[in-house]
Write a protein that binds this ligand. Structure first.
Ligand SMILES: NC(=O)NCCC[C@H](N)C(=O)O
Length: 258
């Protein structure tokens, strides 16, 4: 029976100072952000996920985007080395959380950089974005860590958005979904389905055909409903102002041994 554990990290006091790279800065409402985060976490719990809060890193405005701190493959946690220097102090507490859940822990070392948001798993295929945050040496180390475990690592150029998973994620049947203007080359994926909204490209697989996705993508939600899935919409507008999306607010651990 696969585990359903998710790591999350509460928004810190400096959230509004989070990095923005590809979009203009807009003011963030910290109280609303906290309510949106609490709803997101509750949705995970309502769908059978046990959530563990990673210890705060309150000096790091972007710490809530916990997905960027580590990548899971089977029961191995590969600690990231974020491409943005100010985000690196987010990683040590993520190590502690992964160890406490019984993961084996490995890490990306300098000069490698890798953000968890650049890694998309589809079965045993691990797509990794080469973009502003993840470099070639980070990709090499990811291959060295996961290929011996049975992963097939596929590198994908990312130039139009922050992370690979800002551009594409995948449905439970393995179809990669993306908003075409933001995807460098859809032909790199064996099955690609265009979606009509930017945030419609981001889904968290809750299990059993249920897809956690942003409330800002109603047409994409309709498309997925029409394909037999059940979208569960959550408003994450305050995090979208900081280039976050539904995937980046948690790390899902599906293959821990009990
Ligand atoms: N995996 C993700 O999509 N992470 C979003 C990170 C946003 C944050 N403001 C950053 O620039 O690092």
């Amino acid at each position: 029976m696969p585990s359903q554990q998710a790591l999350v990290r509460r928004p810190g006091p400096r959230l509004a100072e989070g990095l923005v790279t590809h979009i203009d800065r807009r003011p963030v409402d910290p109280a609303l952000a906290l309510r949106q985060w609490e709803t997101y976490v509750q949705v995970l719990r309502d769908h059978g996920w046990q959530t563990t809060e990673v210890a705060p890193a309150d000096d790091c405005p972007d710490a809530v985007f916990v997905e960027d701190t580590l990548v899971m493959f089977r029961n191995v946690a590969l600690l990231a080395r974020p491409g943005a220097g100010p985000r690196r102090p987010e990683v040590p507490a993520a190590r502690g959380a992964a160890e406490a859940l019984g993961c084996s822990v490995n890490e990306i070392r300098a000069p490698g950089t890798l953000d968890g948001g650049d890694v998309l798993k589809v079965g045993d295929t691990v797509y990794v974005g080469r973009g502003g945050r993840t470099n070639g040496e980070g990709i090499r180390q990811l291959r060295a860590a996961f290929e011996p475990l049975g992963a097939r690592v596929v590198a994908v150029p990312v130039s139009r958005v922050l992370h690979l998973k800002s551009a594409v994620t995948a449905l439970p049947d393995g179809t990669v979904i993306g908003y075409p203007p933001l995807v460098d080359d859809p032909a790199l994926f064996p099955r690609f389905l265009p979606v009509p909204e930017e945030s419609g490209a981001h889904v968290v697989l809750l299990g059993g055909g249920r897809l956690l996705m942003a409330a800002g993508a109603p047409k994409s939600a309709e498309l997925f409903t029409d394909l037999g899935y059940q979208p569960v919409l959550v408003d994450i507008g305050e995090f979208e102002k900081l280039e976050g999306c539904v995937t980046c607010l948690s790390v899902r651990l599906r293959e821990l041994s009990a």
